[in-house]
Ligand binder design. Structure first.
Ligand code: PLP
Length: 395
């Protein structure tokens, strides 16, 4: 069909593609252990759901301001200030249809055709395609596995060129779980400032950090924020993926530009979801601690299980809810030339769904989500062990 060049430059999100494939197996009655999902397996807390019901009952079902209701913009900046020590004003905040929408809009209003966008690898699947869609050029920033996939300021500095306009930092990281330590993040912000780059910080997993790490936002640090954009989301923190509420915080002219774009595209995010989001941010956050405690337990077990698999190495993730094991040993021959083929075989033969590393620019790895019950994790690890042993005995 005669579609635009713009749409032909991008592909369907590979994580959604894996989800669809796993769903096809499940629909045939097959018991799939699903390590694919990028969403909490917890329900949205009751007090948030009740706020949505109240909004419905009060007929708060009409258009709202394009950039979000005033009460939510206020709640976001106050919550962000309380959690991270930032000081944004409501006029520096726009409510979006999930964090992905905030990223799409921010990149759309900043990037001209041919501008370079620095993206640390492994990357979240949507960054490259959004950059391509708007006509930008992605430049990869290496984050070696040996350093736990942590982004370093020196690596950023090493790839900045005359056409570089933006750096995207995602900490905690999807898919690796790497967390940029606050001092390093400030050094990265300093590089951006000195080299005249915009810095987009995607902090969708901010509250899922382990060990020594604490929730951190560069939005709360002391550096000059003239060219800093914070993207956040209620999806993961409050188990609200389906509600589609995210936000961007940044200089008012940028926020106004995003609102202008929304005024000609989505209009406001769903009114009912916005009212529920006010409750999420203003109400108790116990549910976040409950999820974190459970993820902490699962992470320990998954990491131990992955490291016990023959020929597999696995860096310790500091955040999010993924592990990113290296399975290089099992790829490169005829039947499994790459991790995409290995993941397909794994789904076919062992009924385990994972996302192959190629989706994140990191061949040789698999992303396994532990946003699933401990029981399913045990079952998945047992199947994985059996599957990998059968693959290696064949080669
Ligand atoms: N950023 C990262 C790194 C993600 O993993 C996701 C979702 O998987 C998002 C942003 C977008 O989340 P949402 O649009 O649901 O807020």
């Amino acid at each position: 069909m005669d579609l635009s060049q713009r749409i032909q430059r991008i592909a369907v999100s590979p994580t959604l593609a894996v989800m669809m494939e796993a769903e096809r197996y499940k629909a045939r009655g097959i018991d799939v252990v699903d390590f694919g999902p990028g969403e909490p397996d917890f329900p949205t807390p009751d007090h948030i759901k009740r706020a949505a019901v109240r909004a419905l009952e009060q007929n708060l079902t009409k258009y709202t301001a394009t950039g979000g209701i005033a009460a939510l913009r206020q709640a976001i900046v106050e919550w962000h200030a309380q959690q991270f020590g930032s000081s944004f004003k409501p006029a520096e905040c726009v409510v979006t249809v999930g964090g992905k929408h905030a990223i799409f809009n921010a990149i759309s209003v900043l990037i001209n055709s041919g501008d370079e966008v620095l993206v640390p690898v492994p990357y979240w699947v949507s960054y490259p395609d959004i950059v391509k869609y708007v006509g930008g050029r992605m430049v990869e920033v290496p984050t070696p596995a040996a350093g736990g996939f942590t982004l370093r300021a020196s690596a950023v500095e090493g790839v900045v060129g005359p056409r570089t306009r933006l750096l995207i930092v995602n900490s905690p990281n999807n898919p690796t779980g790497a967390v940029v330590p606050p001092e390093e993040f400030e050094r990265i912000a300093e590089v951006c400032q000195r080299r005249g780059l915009w810095l987009l910080s995607d902090e969708c997993y901010s509250h899922f950090v382990y060990g020594e790490a604490r929730p951190f936002s560069i939005g709360g640090a002391k550096h000059d924020k003239e060219r800093t954009i914070i993207v956040g989301s209620l999806s993961k923190t409050f188990a609200m993926t389906g509600w589609r509420i995210g936000y961007a915080l940044g200089p008012q002219p940028l926020v106004d530009a995003i609102i202008k774009l929304q005024s000609q595209s989505t209009s406001n995010p769903t009114s009912i979801a916005q009212h529920a989001a006010v409750e999420a941010l203003r109400g108790p956050m116990d549910s976040v601690q409950v999820m974190l405690a459970e993820y902490t337990r699962r992470r320990a077990r998954v990491l131990e299980g992955m490291r016990a698999l023959p020929g597999v190495t696995c860096a310790e993730p500091q955040g999010a809810f993924y592990v990113f094991p290296n399975v290089q040993k099992y790829v490169g021959d005829g039947s499994t030339p790459d991790t995409t083929a290995l993941a397909r075989l794994m789904l076919e033969q062992a009924h385990i769904a994972v996302v192959p590393g190629e989706a994140f620019g990191a061949p040789g790895y698999l992303r396994c989500s532990y946003a699933t019950s401990m029981e399913r994790i045990e079952e998945g690890l047992a199947r994985l062990d059996k599957f990998l042993r059968s693959v290696s005995s064949r080669s």
